[in-house]
Design a protein around this ligand. Structure first.
Ligand code: DAH
Length: 345
């Protein structure tokens, strides 16, 4: 004879109260409401009872069943809420834990130097323009007053894409940024004031002071009445900005086919203040760029009348300038991608 419905119900409810985990609820459900559960056993006996009894017991058993099902649903809700609260508490973010900082990138020292130099000229009214690294022989040499077979070509060891011996229109990796002088003048009328930063390439054995790829910054100013005094004044201002107020500058004759007269510019050695050291090779002076008055042949090539227009040009290597500024003794460091070096800038 199965237990009394009330007894089963009370025991079931009591047991349910003591359950604290969702997975144990199912065991409870099987024990009371499952196919061979205790309440189900009562319902199974109904068929054998006389009508009156069957009705009465059936009603009580069904009420008990509904009550247990409701209690189960409610208990499950309570337990799930508790479990959620527990897991939130356990997984809580500790806001006092010190953060792990994400590694931050930075600008390459060459890029920093290029920007610093360009900025110095931008404040003096120059525009920044860029041009192709793969260049025609025409712009790299020909239009710069360096004709084919001219001995001055030896000044630039060239990486050819199609050499002059193989092509009517030879192509190369630009050996300097000077070709942009011609490209800019071809497209604009004076006044012209531009600086051109960019990568250059040379067929060169690398050593501490030579790389086969490096940056240059070219400058060009063309207008009526531009004189050598403008060149000196502009480059003097530049030297003050990059190397410090009070820096002295020195100009000496030099030869570049696309300028006349051509000069190289030095600053007084800021390591030894001019008394002589390893950096300035005991001369007291450090050479930092080539410059000069734009050659009339170059102006003619782009259709500028050299009787009306004059100009000055200059070219420098920002890596070399960074080496001087920061005491870096090997230019190859700029392209070696050694983080120990790069992180210092
Ligand atoms: N292009 C020259 C070089 O690579 C540097 C230079 C010298 C540029 C004199 C100039 C200049 O514009 O006037 O060696």
């Amino acid at each position: 004879m199965p237990d009394d419905v009330e007894t089963i119900k009370n025991e079931a409810l009591k047991e349910l109260e003591s359950i604290g985990e969702v997975k144990r609820l199912d065991e409870w459900r099987v024990a009371y409401l499952g196919r061979s559960g205790r309440l189900t056993a009562v319902l199974r006996t109904l068929g054998a009872l006389p009508l009156e009894e069957r009705r009465a017991l059936g009603q009580r058993a069904n009420e008990a069943k509904t009550a247990l099902e409701e209690a189960l649903a409610q208990r499950e809700g309570v337990i799930r809420e508790q479990e959620m609260a527990q897991s939130v508490a356990a997984g809580r973010i500790d806001v006092t834990l010190p953060g792990r900082s994400a590694p931050l990138g930075r600008l390459h020292p060459s890029t920093q130097m290029v920007r610093e130099i360009c900025d110095a000229f931008v404040t003096m009214g120059f525009q920044v323009v860029e041009g192709p690294e793969v260049e025609w022989d025409y712009y790299n040499f020909e239009a710069l007053n360096i004709p084919k077979d001219h001995p001055a070509r030896d000044m630039w060891d060239t990486l050819w894409i199609t050499p002059p011996s193989e092509s009517e229109r030879p192509m190369l990796l630009r050996t300097h940024t000077s070709p942009m002088q011609v490209r800019v003048m071809e497209k604009t009328r004076p006044p012209v004031r531009v600086v051109v930063p960019g990568k250059c390439y040379r067929y060169e054995a690398t050593d501490a002071t030579h790389e086969s790829q490096f940056y240059q910054i070219e400058g060009l100013a063309v207008d009526e009445n531009i004189t050598f005094a403008d060149l000196k004044g502009t480059l003097y201002q530049f030297a003050q900005r990059i190397f410090g107020q009070g820096r002295k500058v020195r100009f000496r004759c030099d030869y570049f086919p696309f300028v006349e007269p051509g000069v190289d510019m030095s600053i007084d050695c800021f390591f030894c203040e001019g008394s002589g050291c390893r950096i300035c090779k005991d001369s007291g002076w450090i050479e930092i760029m080539g410059a000069g008055m734009v050659h009339p042949n170059v102006l003619r090539k782009v259709g500028y009348d050299p009787e009306v227009y004059t100009g000055f040009a200059f070219g420098m290597g920002p890596e070399r300038i960074a080496m001087l500024k920061y005491g870096i003794d090997d230019i190859r460091l700029f392209y070696a991608n050694d983080l120990r070096f790069l992180r210092q800038f």
